[in-house]
Design a protein. Sequence first.
Length: 409
Amino acid sequence: MLFAFIALIIIQLTNASLPPICVDGYTLVNGKCLRLFHEETYHTRAEQTCRIFEGTLFDVKNAIDNRAIASFIGSQVETVWMGLFCFNNNLCLWDDNSGSTAAYDNFSPGNPKVTTGSCVYFETSSGRWLSAPCTEPRSYVCETPSTHEDPCYYNYNNYCYTFSHNQSSFTTAQAICEEECGNLVSIHSANENRYLMNIASHRASDNVLIGGMWPMDHMNTWVDGTMWDYSNIDSVYNPKNRCIAMANNGTSEYNLGQWFGVDCEGLSSFFCKRPAGVPCSTDQPKVTVTPVPSNESFCNSTVLMTPGIITSPNYPQNYDNNVYCSYKLSTLGSYNILLEFTSFSTEENVDLVTVYDGESTNGLKIGTYSGSREPFHLISKGNNFFVTFATDSRNVFKGFSATFVAYST
Ligand SMILES: *[C@@H]1O[C@H](CO)[C@@H](O)[C@H](O)[C@H]1NC(C)=O
Ligand SMILES: *[C@@H]1O[C@H](CO)[C@@H](O)[C@H](O)[C@H]1NC(C)=O
Ligand SMILES: *[C@@H]1O[C@H](CO)[C@@H](O)[C@H](O)[C@H]1NC(C)=O
Ligand SMILES: *[C@@H]1O[C@H](CO)[C@@H](O)[C@H](O)[C@H]1NC(C)=O
């Protein structure tokens, strides 16, 4: 019995137990793939170069990583940019959207110090982190996830991807993907989205179908059954369009890499995804779709990072009288926020939504909105938007729903 149990676990871990490898000139360092670029450049430019090589500026989550990076760089360069941006002396966030330095940091005493600069560099000799203006030229280290050995062409973070030009509907595309032991692609991070966007823009110019759907209003699912834990939707929800495509370089209305609704019967190029290093057996069980409902309003929540959705309380039902809500939206590094009100209905001139360009009501007031409005969008000047919603003691309406995404101007 015990042996049977162990054998089962081993079979399930076949892919995870393969040795990790790195591609594209990266070196495996303590489980991550790193590559040192000697040329000195400013922070944003360094980040852009990392993206070309499917990575981001490196992050450090523990002391072992910190030492491994110092010894990887050795004496080749004295300092390198890190993928870290500080909003204030108590809040520094990793550029790859993986959170803050709350769990681990190795700042030099007196740092971070945003009056010196919002970017952070790594001092190789000491392994310490220091604040600096983002415009200073420095060498840098890019990081990309390790993967598993597989003869597939697009191998990233333990998955193999294929791009198909064969113009297909959603169900046909999914059937073709299943034949190669995969599914239409599910996308779980900004990095994965960027990786696929780069491939798509070199291979075709039309929209690319991905494995996302709206099976019912305000509910998103991935056809492979994975969690809906990342979204890059930038569009008005249209109930006729229940499938999701990624905008490519020939898509005029949307930014490259953004997602929007398309007709499920329409024909598009598409991406498939399967685990790397796992042989394709033909009797793969069919995947069941498990929807992840989410109707939270996020009224009075702490900081919300892009991307996300905020709504008035009770939406799509009516809000209450005498409600006050605030929403603090934030994004990383060099991005701005694109806030799109996809649905808007409040009592004219009385129940008001106010948007400030900043972290609080002290920011510049962009506008006060009420009544019944067509979808509209706003773009922040910096990393934050502060939104308030206040209603009086009479008359209630459906309220609003708004998506917010990182946006690069
Ligand atoms: C292309 O798509 C059609 C259906 O649209 C399908 O019958 C055919 O097998 C596909 N070809 C390949 C090479 O996948
Ligand atoms: C857009 O897509 C086409 C492929 O159809 C590609 O040849 C071209 O280089 C792409 N343009 C950009 C700017 O990426
Ligand atoms: C979420 O919204 C749907 C309508 O879009 C509604 O039927 C459902 O009851 C809501 N769920 C919760 C938990 O509020
Ligand atoms: C939100 O917070 C404010 C105080 O900051 C409070 O007055 C208000 O009642 C809260 N709203 C809700 C719906 O809890």
